[in-house]
Design a protein around this ligand. Structure first.
Ligand code: F6P
Length: 333
């Protein structure tokens, strides 16, 4: 493939994450800077199946580095899970004359990229796929960091700080649900940063008595009159947790589900800068003839890894962070 690279496609897929636009911009600008043409595939993998595309030039990615969401739109494609759907996507790549694809997204996007690259290899067609990790969940095994996590954390922190003000003045208990269907990275990080009294995450079995009831009881004994409980959506529903707190402790908590607000907004400096470097490196991989790679961060630096190996990697939530949270929570005595 090396030297033959002429035209590449870029897409965003799965749940959006602030900084995706900065990554798209970096891919487009780096491609153009190296004499490549760039095609934007709209609505993720489904755009590749349905020939839903737009030609991108340098100007078409102006003024997007500071914007949340994705100008390419995003979607989750059921059709792409089947060989038939992927065969249509491969045909679109051939029709468009694509030599490479940069796919920006989370775990589902990467699984799609891997399935596509395997099927491309079987078909004998030449097409390199490179993945860029972008999800507010920060749950991609091969990368310490995923685009969007910092912005989402800061959004959640800003909201919870505001809740804390009113909880404190009314002497109430707040239960806040943050995103994270399968991962508690966001909940735990945010919980430490807001000084939560308890954080419930999917990676640690919830013992309601130990993790919520006793904590609040101890805090009450020590004179605390307002409480902040942060729950990752994968660890339970904040509404249900609120009901149980009322039943067990006789206090009526106020429940807030932050929801999709966490996925929007202007990306932070960290997300813009990381996305820019990842986009740049993704195109460098394609230019160097390195196909089927995944970009990631390790020890702060940007690295690229073999896609098969990268997707086999797992990332454990550092329980050390949980210990920090526990140590810093006010005790009754
Ligand atoms: O982007 C990942 C994520 O935020 C998960 O934490 C969450 O469960 C999911 O997306 C919800 O996405 P949607 O409502 O778009 O299906």
């Amino acid at each position: 493939m090396n030297g033959k690279m002429k035209r590449i496609g870029v897409l965003t897929s799965g749940g959006d994450a602030p900084g995706m636009n900065a990554a798209v911009r970096a891919v487009v600008r780096t491609a153009i800077d190296n004499g490549l043409e760039c095609i934007g595939i709209r609505r993720g993998w489904s755009g590749l199946i349905n020939s839903d595309f737009v030609r991108l030039d340098s100007q078409s990615v102006s003024h997007i580095i500071n914007k949340g969401g994705t100008i390419l739109y995003t979607a989750r494609s059921k059709e792409f899970l089947d060989r038939e759907g992927r065969a249509r996507a491969i045909a679109t790549c051939k029709l468009l004359g694509l030599d490479g694809i940069v796919a920006i997204g989370g775990d589902g996007t990467f699984q799609g990229a891997l399935a596509l690259s395997r099927q491309v290899a079987e078909s004998g067609q030449e097409l390199s796929v490179v993945g860029i990790p972008a999800t507010i969940d920060n749950d991609i095994g091969c990368s310490n960091y995923t685009i969007g996590f910092d912005t989402a954390s800061n959004t959640a922190i800003e909201c919870i700080d505001k809740l804390r003000d009113t909880m404190q003045s009314h002497e109430r208990c707040s239960v806040v649900e943050v995103m994270g269907r399968r991962a508690g990275f966001l909940a735990l990080y945010v919980g430490i940063a807001v000084g939560a009294n308890a954080v419930l995450i999917p990676e640690r079995e919830v013992d309601f008595q130990r993790d919520v009831v006793e904590k609040i009881q101890n805090l009450r004994l020590g004179g605390t009159t307002h409480f902040m409980i942060v729950v990752a959506e994968g660890a339970g529903s904040a509404v249900e947790i609120g009901k149980r707190i009322e039943e067990e402790l006789g206090i009526v908590p106020r429940v807030t589900v932050l929801g999709h607000i966490q996925r929007g907004g202007a990306p932070t400096a960290r997300d813009r800068e990381t996305a820019s470097r990842m986009g740049y490196e993704a195109v460098q991989c394609l230019l160097a003839g390195k196909g089927n790679r995944v970009i990631g961060t390790q020890e702060g630096g940007i690295v690229d890894m073999d896609m098969e190996e990268a997707l086999a990697m797992t990332k454990n939530l550092q329980m050390y962070r949980y210990q920090v949270l526990e140590a810093l929570t006010a005790k009754g005595k």
